[in-house]
Design a protein around this ligand. Structure first.
Ligand code: NAD
Length: 295
């Protein structure tokens, strides 16, 4: 049983922390939302009234925050920066999806102060967080990765060591850029087939089992009625929001600029999602991008 401080109990962090409690770990939690803390306390966690209190005596600290500025503020620049309060030997695991540069900078400052910090963003959505089947993409040293793995395995099914600090965020940006390209491409092909008289179910099955087959056609078809359990068949509710996909594409574009990498497909996908969100669809599932193609 490990002593864990968990900060950020939103849609993802809440169920991740619950899985740690269920596995028998001693979890002390903090969030800006009292309701989020209360949910965790009823699941068996201990409540802290500040982030500093949550990490007191912790062997592991896990954060699951919205963006880079929140992570930087929590550990470095806020009123009570956690890097001033961590016990020696604590391993900090930041699972927020943030820009790789911030992850590297915070990680570098941590290392300079003898603090162990790694980036470990996730894929798998809220469903994966609840089921404990997330994929973790870890940027860390070999030693940090081995130390974190048993804890990450409680919350996830696939634990990948992407490389040194910052690599987890780079892998996450690459994956989600590809996901956006696949979803827009699948939507484009399906819409063209239907415009030309094909049944979306028949066309989906043909492409799924032919050379156009991909994850969207396998498990997440964007056309309503093709897959009963996909968000498309439920008014695009639940799933992965357009606003979050736009955020991730912004991170991917920043990364491509920094490395001067050509990303024409990613740029187009980013533009399509931006326009779709601006039309008031930000809270719909990201497969709703097909609506932008429909007449
Ligand atoms: P969320 O907005 O539901 O939760 C964020 C939580 O952080 C909130 O409860 C908020 O009160 C808390 N918070 C913010 N600043 C804080 C601070 N200084 N101290 C304590 N608590 C603070 O977001 P989420 O959906 O849980 O996503 C968290 C991260 O996971 C994001 O980086 C997101 O991109 C990433 N992610 C989300 C999904 C998804 O499907 N939702 C999937 C993969 C990755």
């Amino acid at each position: 049983m490990a002593k864990i401080g968990f900060i950020g109990l939103g849609n993802m962090g809440g169920p991740m922390a619950i899985n740690l409690v269920k596995a028998g770990h001693a979890v002390t939690v903090f969030d800006l939302s009292d309701t989020a803390i209360a949910t965790l306390v009823s699941a068996g966690a201990s409540a802290a009234s500040t982030a500093v209190e949550a990490v007191k005596g912790a062997e592991y600290v896990i954060s699951m925050l919205p963006a880079g500025k929140h992570v930087e503020s929590l550990y470095l620049t806020g009123d009570q920066p956690l890097f001033d309060h961590l016990a020696e030997g604590t391993l900090v695991i930041d699972s927020s999806t943030i820009d790789a540069q911030t992850a590297k900078r915070v990680g570098g400052i941590a290392a300079g102060r003898g603090i162990s910090f790694m980036d470990a963003p996730v894929s798998g959505g809220v469903g994966g967080a609840v089921a404990g089947t997330l994929s973790f993409m870890v940027g860390a040293s070999d030693q940090q990765f081995s130390q974190a793995k048993p804890i990450l395995e409680v919350m996830g099914k696939n634990i990948f060591h992407a490389g040194v600090q910052g690599s987890g965020q780079i892998a996450k940006a690459c994956n989600n850029m590809l996901l956006a390209i696949l979803m827009t491409g699948t939507s484009e092909a399906l819409n063209m087939g239907v415009d030309n008289g094909l049944d979306p179910k028949v066309l989906s099955e043909i492409m799924r089992l032919s050379s156009g087959g991909n994850w969207a056609l396998e498990v997440y078809n964007p056309y309503p009625g093709v897959m009963p359990n996909a968000p498309a068949s439920n008014g695009y509710q639940g799933g992965f929001q357009v606003d979050l996909m736009s955020k991730d594409l912004g991170l991917a574009m920043a990364l491509s600029e920094q490395s001067n990498s050509a990303t024409p497909m990613g740029t187009t996908a980013r533009d399509l999602y931006k326009t779709h969100g601006e039309k008031g669809n930000g809270s719909l599932d990201f497969s709703s991008i097909i609506q932008g193609y429909q007449k």
